[in-house]
Design a protein around this ligand. Structure first.
Ligand SMILES: [Zn+2]
Length: 302
């Protein structure tokens, strides 16, 4: 296993800031086209020197608080994305379609077939697709290779290229999550990494000029240190967590105020898919989730 790489130091830095803000990177330094030139009219070769690099990692924690006796307050407000997929991006195939792939990495048998895991994640993807006010089209890409760019860089297997815009790379051991933050393997259920494009000078790109970094791909990992289920009644429901992580893959941040109750459980207002902590199974976006997603994606098909 490789030691902590620059990649994870960057992820950790982001986690400590709770959320990376736009000031972390400076889109205004990025590629500028001649006046009046649309990115969609540029030949793909114009972007050939652009490379994907890590922007941030966002994770969902379990509901077992280690700080009992204290009142933990989560007070996340909706944050407009610091990075977005670009519609018709020539670097992603000039399409309005979002592709996704589901990998088979699994190091712990929790008694659920690979097919059932895939089906649960597919349902979560489908749910977001239907919830969208933009009729977001998602297309699954199949591969016989393992998936996982981050895991391949950290010596946990995987594949050193992304094959889809949104990758559910698989289930990895707690040690992988310990590299995100100390003890992370004990409380991080899942993490989603955002990769953006950088130009040949190392500056983040903003080819559509909307002031937001351009996403190259996003990748999710699940922690096999936990007992996973496909159940609305028993923790932890794969479909609910996949729905939350796909929310990040679509640019949604955490939101909601959480308080630690006397029974040791955390309760959120509003209760939403994008609350920072897993409370119980939630397989449908709430109105607050839907309006957030709609605000981000409303111009996708224009
Ligand atoms: Zn999250």
């Amino acid at each position: 296993m490789k030691p902590l790489s620059a990649l994870v130091s960057m992820a950790t830095a982001c986690l400590m800031l709770a959320a990376c803000t736009k000031t972390d990177v400076k889109p205004e330094n990025s590629l500028v086209f001649p006046a009046g030139t649309l990115y969609t009219a540029m030949p793909k070769a114009a972007f050939s020197k652009h490379k994907a690099g890590l922007l941030k990692a966002e994770y969902l924690t379990c509901n077992k608080s280690k700080s009992e006796g204290k009142t933990i307050i989560y007070n996340d407000k909706k944050t407009f994305p610091d990075a977005e997929f670009v519609s018709l991006d020539p670097r992603r195939g000039s399409t309005r379609m979002l592709t996704f792939a589901i990998g088979d990495q699994l190091t712990h048998d929790f008694g659920i077939s690979q097919n059932a895991v895939h089906a649960a994640i597919e349902r979560a993807m489908n749910t977001w697709s239907k919830a969208s006010c933009t009729r977001l089209q998602m297309q699954q890409v199949f591969t016989t290779e393992n998936l996982g760019y981050v895991s391949s860089q950290l010596g946990f297997g995987g594949y050193a290229n992304n094959i889809a815009d949104i990758q559910h790379a698989g289930f990895l051991p707690g040690e992988f999550f310990n590299q995100l933050t100390p003890g992370g393997g004990d409380f991080i259920l899942a993490v989603t990494f955002t990769f953006i494009y950088f130009d040949e000078n190392g500056a983040p790109t903003d080819i559509d000029g909307n002031g937001i970094n351009d996403v190259a791909f996003r990748e999710t990992y699940y922690n096999d240190n936990f007992q996973w289920r496909i159940s609305k009644n028993t923790d932890y429901d794969i479909e609910s967590v996949a729905l939350h992580e796909t929310g990040h893959a679509l640019g949604l941040s955490h939101f909601g105020k959480g308080i630690l109750c006397k029974d040791g459980k955390i309760r959120f207002t509003p209760r939403a898919v994008m609350n920072a902590v897993y409370v119980d199974a939630l397989r449908q976006p709430k109105e607050e989730d839907k309006s957030f997603e709609c605000a981000i994606w409303k111009n996708w098909n224009n």
